[in-house]
Design a binder for this molecule. Structure first.
Ligand SMILES: [Zn+2]
Length: 265
């Protein structure tokens, strides 16, 4: 991650940044892609971070329109998850065979797009459904060979994506997602807590850490210590600690995490 701050763009009349949330949040794509948390942008020092064509306001169609989202790395079939609690406000065909999926998170509406047509159906969701942060909401669609999550942000009340042809007035409801995504890249949880908790049930016994839950909870900064090894809140706290300590983030206290962790407990 660079220390470079994202530039306000366009510099003649910058689009406001989407608000950065307080509290628990999730990275939107569960992927094995090696660039999984790369956020592409033009820096305030005029250098590019990540891939310049993936950034907010890159040019498209030979300079005829702006790219009003930011493309996150993912592989077709990867899970797309809600970055916070929210409500599904719209779902419709967006680009080629992929769909737009708009969720109202209260202070921002996110378009988690270029997801597969069966995204809502496969997750038991529909327009109007409430979703929890970290809940699976869709699947990265297969576009030609590749896929991605094209992530757009809008002011509350938005129910459809906007397009912005170059030379026309900017969409009034459009927000710049860059700072929000940088926050999620640094702080967002990237695991399935229920699956990690199930693994922790067995590992707590085999690695004999299940008798030290009070100390573990304390070291992780959990307000309330977990009372069982398979508490999903424990898996979430472990994942956050792993991310901060540069370990593979899986929420599971396996041999490597336990080894690193013993020093902190
Ligand atoms: Zn895009």
């Amino acid at each position: 991650m660079s220390n470079n701050e994202p530039a306000a763009v366009p510099n003649s009349d910058p689009i406001p940044f989407a608000p950065v949330p307080a509290g628990v949040c999730f990275w939107p794509v569960r992927t094995g892609d090696s660039s999984k948390r790369v956020v592409s942008f033009l820096g305030a020092d005029s250098t590019f971070v990540g891939n310049e064509s993936r950034r907010f306001l890159a040019l498209r169609n030979d300079g005829a329109r702006y790219h009003v989202g930011l493309d996150l790395y993912g592989i077709p079939g990867d899970a797309v998850v809600a970055c916070r609690d929210g409500k599904v406000v719209n779902f419709y065909n967006f680009y080629k065979n992929s769909y737009a999926l708009l969720i109202n998170h209260g202070d921002v509406v996110v378009n988690y797009s270029e997801v597969a047509a069966d995204s809502l159906k496969n997750n038991g969701l529909g327009v109007g459904s409430q979703v929890k942060g970290g809940q699976r909401i869709g699947t990265v669609a297969q576009l030609d060979e590749n896929g991605m999550c094209h992530f757009e942000t809008y002011t509350p009340g938005t129910e459809a994506n906007a397009r912005w042809p170059v030379g026309e007035k900017r969409p009034a409801n459009l927000l710049n997602p860059t700072k929000l995504l940088l926050h999620l890249a640094e702080n967002g949880i990237g695991i399935d807590a229920a699956a990690a908790a199930a693994k922790n049930r067995a590992l707590g016994q085999s690695l004999e850490w299940q008798t030290k839950l009070a100390e573990i909870g304390h070291a992780l900064g959990m307000g309330v210590a977990p009372d069982r090894a398979d508490d999903p809140a424990l898996a979430l706290a472990v994942a956050k600690w792993q991310l901060a300590n540069k370990l593979v983030e899986d929420g599971v206290i396996g041999p490597i995490t336990w080894d690193s962790f013993k020093r902190a407990v």
